[in-house]
Design a protein around this ligand. Structure first.
Ligand code: NAD
Length: 432
């Protein structure tokens, strides 16, 4: 594909009068096929890829009429149910990076949802911001997200979107204006609201399980937290309730640092204002390091300097290079609790919002209780035990367990979203 840029792809689409297109996996000939012969080169790239492509059931795209925003819905596996995962609004160097990111993120959602025992498949929405416009412009965003909703309506529910980085509650309201195939809608119209507090309890459950695996508890431990945002703040509160000895936390935003510092005044709490790119907080002498700010934080530079015996945090995609850094943490004797296991509450909290909410919803709370087989605590223990028995790194084991679960078909609907995809292809959805 020779590193074709996004504007170049848009030019090809316009030249061929293509507003919408797909790349769908044909299970008979085991090849991805494009909706338009002019786009065979995209299918060829995916068919030749061994890293990110894993028989993704379908990838769907549209180019918005105004603003030239390329919008995508990447559907990985839908045996457990419709593909679920958030939509991000991002920028990419080239088409390869875009397709790779979409495929990788969609696969990640299959793992997260399946390992959580949710009856949802995995998918992700990725839209490419057009740098000619101001990303924060209200009119631009309203148009882009409303069009994305219309796009999902055309896809008949094989993918159900949600909030993700770069997407706000207001953006979700705009999607909801034009489709029912979304979760994470605003609370004012019946949505589930901010999931950060439950996410912090998911991280706490992961920490407790990792310690229990070593025969220990949080009592008297020192915990380092990178980031002091929506997940980290309640997490710090929960840690003090569990009698930790000390918490050291850092953030790049002085307002955040001051407000969280004030909140935990009187506790053995050290709050640091750090420079962007300064990850030294993770190298402190401590029992647990909790990355709760940015991804790709476990890498060649950081892992050798980490002294914590356990890494367990909320940040997405903590391992910079999945296989390499999974192994590196294991070889260093660090117990890494996979991020997609501990931070599941973001999707758990909103995935089933159309079924309504009793107070203390057992279908949400059970993820945070120690007893439930598929809860964060028991799943973490199961992953750590299998990792010890097999000598394999934890993330690899978690993905193996997740993959097995993702192959089970929905008890009522079976593999229905695949039928949706097949009917979209047959009926040339892109022409309507
Ligand atoms: P947030 O934006 O509220 O908090 C992140 C904080 O990290 C901010 O205060 C920011 O200033 C700080 N930060 C950014 N870069 C930093 C750096 N280099 N060093 C130190 N601090 C830095 O986000 P959040 O909702 O608390 O989520 C935290 C992480 O967890 C994110 O990676 C997010 O994708 C992930 N996550 C969150 C949820 C959720 O329910 N909120 C669910 C799943 C995953």
């Amino acid at each position: 594909m020779d590193n074709i840029s996004i504007p170049e792809l848009i030019k090809i689409l316009k030249k061929n009068k293509i507003n919408r297109f797909h790349l769908v996996y044909n299970r008979q000939n085991k090849k991805v096929e494009p909706s338009h012969s002019e786009l065979q080169f995209l299918a060829d790239f995916i068919n030749s890829d061994k890293r990110d492509f894993e028989e993704h059931e379908g990838m769907f795209f549209q180019l918005t009429e105004k603003y030239d925003v390329l919008q995508g819905a990447f559907v990985h596996r839908t045996k457990r149910g419709q593909a679920a995962g958030g939509v991000r609004f991002w920028q990419y160097e080239n088409v390869e990076d875009y397709l790779r990111d979409g495929m990788r993120l969609a696969k990640g959602m299959t793992h997260k949802n399946a390992l959580a025992g949710l009856w949802w498949g995995g998918g992700k929405g990725v839209m490419i911001h057009n740098p000619e416009f101001n990303k924060q412009d209200k009119e631009y965003r309203e148009y882009v997200y409303t069009e994305y909703g219309k796009f999902l309506t055309r896809l008949k529910g094989c993918y159900v979107t949600a909030e993700d980085v770069g997407t706000s509650v207001e953006d979700m309201a705009n999607i909801y204006k034009s489709t029912r195939f979304t979760t994470c809608i605003p609370e004012t119209v019946g949505g589930s609201g901010n999931p950060s507090e439950p996410t912090s309890r998911g991280v706490l459950a992961g920490m407790e399980a990792a310690l229990a695996f070593k025969g220990e508890t949080l009592d008297g431990k020192t915990v380092v937290v990178q980031g002091m945002g929506h997940v980290a703040e309640p997490l710090i509160g929960h840690l003090f309730k569990k009698n930790v000895k000390k918490v050291i936390a850092g953030d790049i935003n002085p307002d955040v640092v001051n407000s969280v510092k004030e909140k935990f005044a009187g506790k053995n709490f050290e709050a640091r204002l750090v420079e962007k790119g300064d990850n030294s907080i993770l190298f402190e002498n401590c029992d647990i390091a909790a990355p709760c700010a940015i991804g790709a934080i476990l890498n060649d530079d950081t892992i050798p300097k980490i002294k914590a015996g356990i890494i367990c945090g909320a940040a997405n995609n903590q391992l910079e290079d999945h296989d390499k850094h999974d192994k590196m943490t294991a070889e260093k004797g660090i117990i890494y609790v996979p991020d997609f296991l501990t931070n599941r509450m973001g999707i758990v909290n909103c995935a089933n919002e159309q079924y309504g909410y009793p107070a203390d919803d057992e279908f949400i709370e059970r993820h945070l209780q120690k007893e439930w087989k598929h809860g964060v605590y028991q799943t973490t223990l199961s992953v750590l035990k299998e990792a010890r028995e097999t000598g394999k790194p934890t993330s690899e084991i978690a993905i193996k367990q997740a993959t097995e679960m993702s192959m089970r078909e929905h008890p009522v609907f079976g593999h229905r979203s695949l039928k949706i995809i097949q009917s979209l292809v047959k009926n040339k959805w892109y022409e309507n």
